[in-house]
Design a protein around this ligand. Structure first.
Ligand code: MRU
Length: 352
């Protein structure tokens, strides 16, 4: 497996198995769980052991490789059927982050390329492809960081939402990668992290991850972002993305749209940092992006603690769509696209 990119390790390949940090337990407990099959990885994605669009893509790629390794002594027909079932389980794990489907498509192409080979030959090749997807994600994040760091002024107070950091990727991060690169370039940056109701990725993960790197971070409740902007206490917003439509509309963690509207109202630049693997050219606009709804229990309480009345109706869409018109710029590994629209996205993808 390629070298790690951050102090915080999200996924690692150890002794022929995938290990993933259990993001449900952070920050109270730093523990790695082991995975040996596609079904186990699919379950890990569904239950949020691993989350964040690029990290989900990497996990899915390793899920396919694990399944191939597990089945490599089977007859070709049984191997093919088993691997197909692995693809199906992984594709059904979560619906919104397109990196999952992008990574599975790439693994399928690799499988097809070696279809004339035996299962025992195909399996290590699929593992090599998963390692390549992991390494390419780190590289994309580093490049994104270099491009995005130029947009961050020395002394900037940066608001972010959810966790788009090393924990959401193979390493370095997208939105937090931009911040890391700005800090590495010698800039003083102070991060304001929205706590990100209801799963608290901001409070649990972004705050913890930035503290590991000694990057100053202040945790705020989601609903105080507008107040801080109105006081001139936020200079720039940088968030990640789970799927970007062909016209530049951005699906990201629920609450992102509200932040974008507030940013426009207060003339605060709103940047989205995402690799090209997050752009879905097959989806014309944000309204067509599948939005995951999770259990209402995530809203009624947290963990074992319940704070809402038993039986109260609750609705839990976990992503929203920010129209391209609210995005100041899209930061990618190929550079920054100011005011993204369908034409600019097409040009970006054609040039890649
Ligand atoms: O539900 P999650 O935690 O998987 O949602 C993650 C996000 O919305 C992130 O902001 C997004 O994936 C960008 S990660 C680089």
């Amino acid at each position: 497996m390629p070298a790690r990119a951050s102090k915080v390790e999200t996924l690692r390949w150890r002794d022929g198995r995938l290990e993933m940090i259990d993001q449900r337990a952070l920050p109270a407990l730093v523990r790695f769980l082991q995975f040996e099959s596609a079904a186990a990885v699919a379950d890990g994605i569904r239950s949020m052991v691993v989350r964040g669009a690029p990290a989900i893509g990497c996990a899915a790629a390793y899920g396919v490789a694990l399944e191939a390794l597990r089945l490599q002594r089977k007859q070709p027909a049984d191997f093919g059927a088993g691997l197909e079932a692995g693809f199906t389980a992984l594709a059904a794990s979560r619906p919104t982050a397109v990196n999952l489907f992008w990574a599975l498509a790439r693994m399928r192409i690799a499988w097809q390329t070696f279809s004339g080979s035996t299962p025992a030959q195909i399996a290590p090749m699929l593992l090599a492809e998963a390692h390549a997807i992991y390494a390419a994600d780190i590289e994309a994040n580093r490049r994104m960081g270099e491009h995005g760091a130029k947009l961050i002024e020395n002394g900037a107070r940066v608001l972010t939402h959810c966790n788009a950091g090393a924990l959401a990727t193979a390493g370095h991060g997208t939105a937090l990668g931009v911040i890391r690169s700005a800090v590495a370039a010698g800039k003083k940056v102070h991060v304001f992290a929205n706590e990100t109701r209801p799963f608290l990725q901001g409070a649990r993960l972004t705050a913890w991850e930035l503290m590991q790197d000694d990057i100053p971070v202040t945790l705020i409740v989601d609903s105080s972002a507008g107040f801080l902007m109105s006081r001139g206490e936020i200079d720039v917003v940088v968030v990640g993305a789970d799927r970007i439509a062909a016209n530049g509309d951005v699906a990201n963690k629920i609450g992102t749209y509200s932040v974008a509207v507030l940013a426009q109202r207060h003339r605060v630049p709103f940047y989205v940092a995402a690799p090209l693997s997050t752009i879905d050219a097959n989806i014309a606009c944000g309204a067509d992006i599948p939005i995951e709804e999770r259990s209402a229990d995530e809203i009624r309480g947290y963990g074992e603690t319940r704070w809402a009345p038993d039986g109260v109706m609750a609705r839990n869409p976990v992503f929203d769509v920010t129209p391209a018109g609210l995005v100041t710029g899209l930061i990618t590994e190929k550079g920054v696209v100011p005011a993204p629209d369908a034409g600019k996205i097409r040009k970006l993808l054609d040039a890649a």
